[in-house]
Ligand binder design. Sequence first.
Ligand SMILES: [Zn+2]
Length: 244
Amino acid sequence: MAAIATADLLTAWERGSSQSGSRRLLTLLAAMYPEIPEQQLLKLPIGQRDGLALELREILFGSQLISLSVCPSCSERLELALDVADIKVASNGSTETPLTLEAEGFELRFRLPDSQDLMFIEAVSSIDAARRILLQRCLLSASRNGQLCALEQLPEQILDNVDAAMSAADPQADVQLDLSCPACQHSWLATFDIASFLWSEISAWAQRVLNEVHLLAKAYCWCEADILAMSPARRRFYLERVLQ
Ligand SMILES: [Zn+2]
């Protein structure tokens, strides 16, 4: 990964602002990891994509992060101090594809969901329908006692086994935080989604930088490109003088 220029990150944020959640994370990763072809990013299993996003988060903002959650029982707001290492799953899953599963006479071959699959189901409002479409796209073949069968012919238990096998092979795709409420002692599992978390942080960062550009351009009549080319420390120095 090349050194990150402020202007490049801002451009990626600007492009991603009008895109969907899955697409904007790819825009960001493509801009920050130009050595990885975009087609390869598109086909990365979701957990591997999220592993890359966590790595990027650490490079941009450090390893410490604060995540917010709300207790589903008493609505208490929780501030969680986490480290990227707490969220990063040591991958012991298989990277070999296709994956296979044999149970109850069924033989299945399938692949892991990737960003293209997520983009395909983004507009689907029903969770059940989205899961079905995802399975349809990822199932490469299914047979029972040598006879080919369609997705509709597979028992729900077999489909649950496919879900479980996908999670085991790509564990970073579904990060669950084990939380406990200090106010009412309720315990629950909360999903941590690095895609939306990182995007929120980059949006806040972009607005802060653009505000700095606005103040410096107004005070010194410098152009945007020159201000963005400065190091954050130098920008901050001039900004402090302006705000004195
Ligand atoms: Zn509570």
